[in-house]
Design a protein around this ligand. Structure first.
Ligand SMILES: *Cc1c(COP(=O)(O)O)cnc(C)c1O
Length: 233
């Protein structure tokens, strides 16, 4: 089942690239494996996937220990400052930086471990109450502050679009995030790149690619529905 799911997603990623005149190599598929057992991740790994996304530090670090070391782990969930120390050194990219205080905690830990941490700024594109992330107007000021940190590199923006029946409804949000990233890139801020746009999930990754996503985070489409009652195996 996983092989068929993965193939289907990969084909649709390619088709979306073709429709929008983009190169498939410019879009990275992240397999969002939260709540799924290590055996399923291993199966996807054996099919060639090396980019995995998790939303909890404990789960990410557990799986990091158990799976091959050439996996790139993406932290895509809300990150608490007191958990930063467990994460640094194990994650390729933190997608969910949404405050100066969190960035300060990352900077401190990265300095201690003498490493460089790549991050994205999480933007709440639709102004939803229930979502983490900062408003579009807050992005530039935060980027300018974080740009001064020596152990953090801003690589772009991330968003979790609203849950909608029709993914077309999110097109405007993806287009707006892209516009925001282009505006910020034009400021040529030292230490800041806007090359990554992490947007699109199972329900809307095709539209996100058409609007410029360079990373899509797909969970359900690859691994099937999540059952939150049996997550602690
Ligand atoms: C769970 C999650 C995903 C994947 O969601 P699906 O709808 O299962 O594809 C993507 N991004 C984030 C931040 C998530 O928490």
């Amino acid at each position: 089942m996983l092989e068929k799911n993965l193939k289907s997603i990969q084909d649709k990623v390619k088709d979306a690239c073709k429709r929008s005149g983009r190169h498939p190599e410019d879009v990275t598929l992240i397999a969002v494996s939260k709540t799924k057992p290590v055996s399923m991740l291993q199966e996807i790994y054996d099919l060639g996937i090396r980019q995995f996304g998790e939303n909890k530090v404990q789960e990410l670090t557990d799986k990091y220990e158990k799976l091959p070391k050439d996996i790139s782990w993406h932290m895509i969930g809300h990150l608490q400052r007191n958990k930063v120390k467990y994460l640094i050194g194990k994650t390729t990219l933190i997608h969910s930086v949404d405050s100066l205080r969190l960035a300060e905690a990352i900077e401190a830990e990265a300095a201690k471990k003498n490493c460089l941490v790549d991050v994205l700024i999480e933007v709440n594109v639709a102004g939803e109450e229930s979502k983490f992330g900062i408003s579009p107007e807050e992005v530039l000021p935060l980027v300018e502050q974080i740009a001064r940190f020596r152990h953090i590199k801003i690589k772009g923006l991330m968003t979790i679009a609203p849950f909608v029946e029709n993914p077309e409804e999110n097109r405007i949000h993806f287009a707006n995030l892209r516009k925001l990233s282009v505006d910020i890139a034009a400021k040529n801020i030292d230490n800041v790149s806007m090359r990554i746009l992490s947007m699109g999930m199972t329900n809307d990754y095709e539209v996100a690619i058409e609007e410029g996503a360079t990373m899509v985070r797909v969970g359900t489409g690859i691994f099937g529905e999540r059952n939150y009652n049996i997550t602690n195996e």
